[in-house]
Design a protein around this ligand. Structure first.
Ligand SMILES: Cc1cc2nc3c(=O)[nH]c(=O)nc-3n(C[C@H](O)[C@H](O)[C@H](O)COP(=O)(O)OP(=O)(O)OC[C@H]3O[C@@H](n4cnc5c(N)ncnc54)[C@H](O)[C@@H]3O)c2cc1C
Length: 425
């Protein structure tokens, strides 16, 4: 059962000596609140949530299964998964890493399992397990929760924080932890900018590429296990599975590109050219050698029947069509011009991208509070004391695979520990 704060301006309840208000009832806000309340029983902890739902992203995450973290136990490897904030998180992970996430949930009887690709889910395959665990912790340590309350302004008066809500009510706290998640517009950060903090402007990350009218979309549903996609005129390049959709391209290779290129793509208004190498083991030169060999080995066979790269048959037919090669041409009779065209299409096919589509399974916002204004050892503001940040509100974001929740758990835990320590002093 959720314990709700009685009145917005009530004095400290019972034997409590200090008050922490956490703004945001998402993953990072809950993790900060429940850990701080557990670490210092004398701290009154209140979560303020603007909507009528708690942990709403946890609920829908990972297709309803919640991809809690990633089975990566090397910090050096882990930080490579964060297009923004990797070096900040490298230091933060020393305080709370993936292993700590697994143990934390295990100690509360929530077992996590790793799938073949490293993504970790509760063994129940149900995100509600994570929500129930966090709500039980909140209940156990008497965390108060106020819903349907939007914080509009925060001001430091003497040594205390004063919060102003959208309905005009106010509330006071000794410590404030902002866990309000990512905002899509710069104007939504204004209440935080007023504290003196700078904002890296928000842009979406984790999206798929639109290719309106491109014949590749006729192949929707085709997956290629391993491709390399490069963006012309940039150093952006990613390797991995690619899924052809009815609007363009998706899959891990595309999503990773969208994250690493989030800012560049926004600047280019989501118009750019992608080069796909459908056979990353080859480049143009080695592919020429391979063709030479194939023409010798299976000279009498029809090209359309014998695809030497184990590419999906529909894709192979499409590549032949795009290269102007008729169905009944045999390998021995392939004219040089068409062969060169096919080689180009197989290892560097050009696709014009025009627009993006939000990846419904997971999306995040790049941008937020500038990281060099936050102390990675405590998550406390370097500009104003007793103000803490955790989760996606800071300029950190990861690729898909559980990295964004790990950011929420790590930064939420660090803030909780620092606030608990400070409140005991
Ligand atoms: C559909 C979807 C699926 C995802 N799946 C995964 C996944 O499987 N694995 C993974 O690692 N990541 C996933 N992510 C990303 C992950 O959910 C986020 O990175 C993570 O939830 C961020 O946590 P947070 O606590 O910082 O912010 P949020 O979860 O966004 O929580 C912030 C909360 O603050 C509240 N709030 C905002 N402003 C105010 C205010 N002024 N006053 C009061 N309350 C306020 C908001 O209403 C919200 O409830 C997914 C994201 C989406 C959208």
């Amino acid at each position: 059962m959720i314990k709700k704060a009685a009145s917005s301006n009530s004095p400290l309840s019972g034997n409590k000596s200090k008050r922490l208000i956490v703004i945001g009832g998402g993953a990072s806000g809950f993790f900060c609140a429940v850990n701080a309340a557990r670490m210092n029983p004398l701290l009154e902890v209140i979560i303020i949530e603007k909507t009528s739902k708690l942990l709403s992203k946890v609920k829908v995450s990972g297709g309803g299964r919640c991809n809690v973290t990633h089975a990566c136990y090397s910090m050096a490897d882990m930080i490579k998964k964060y297009p923004r904030g990797g070096s900040f998180l490298k230091k933060a992970f020393h305080h709370f890493f993936t292993t700590d996430t697994v143990s934390w949930f295990k100690e509360r009887k929530v077992e996590l399992k790793a799938e073949a690709d490293g993504r970790m889910f509760p063994v129940t395959n149900d995100s509600q397990t994570i929500i129930d665990c966090l709500l039980q912790e909140a209940n156990k340590y008497s965390v108060d929760i106020l819903m349907n309350k939007e914080v509009k302004e925060i001001n430091k008066r003497a040594d205390r924080w004063q919060l102003l809500f959208a309905n005009g009510l106010t509330m006071e706290a000794d410590f404030l932890c902002v866990a309000s998640g990512g905002y899509s517009k710069s104007t939504q950060f204004e209440w935080l900018q007023k504290t003196g903090h700078s904002i890296e402007s928000p842009v979406p990350s984790l999206f798929t590429f639109n290719m309106p009218g491109n014949p590749i979309t006729n192949l929707m549903g085709v997956t290629v296990e391993n491709v390399v996609v490069k963006i012309v005129g940039t150093k952006l390049s990613q390797q991995g599975p690619l899924l052809i959709t009815h609007w363009g391209m998706s899959g891990p290779a595309i999503l990773k590109l969208s994250a690493w290129g989030a800012r560049q793509f926004a600047t280019d208004n989501y118009k750019f050219t992608a080069l796909v190498n459908w056979v990353p083991l080859y480049n143009e030169q080695t592919l020429k050698d391979k063709f030479h060999q194939v023409r010798f080995d299976i000279a009498a066979q029809k090209i359309s029947n014998r695809n030497p790269f184990a590419l999906p048959q529909r894709l192979w037919q499409y590549l032949l069509q795009q290269s102007g090669i008729k169905e009944d041409v045999r390998w021995a009779d392939l004219p040089a011009k068409e062969q060169n065209k096919l080689i180009k299409n197989v290892c560097a096919q050009e696709f014009g991208v025009n627009g993006k589509t939000t990846f419904k399974e997971e999306f995040v916002t790049a941008g937020g509070i500038v990281l060099n204004e936050i102390d990675y050892n405590t998550m406390e503001s370097k500009i104003i004391s007793n103000l803490f940040f955790c989760g996606e509100v800071a300029d950190t974001d990861g690729i898909t695979g559980g990295y964004n929740f790990q950011n929420a758990w790590t930064t939420g835990f660090i803030a909780a520990k620092a606030i608990s320590d400070k409140s005991i002093q």
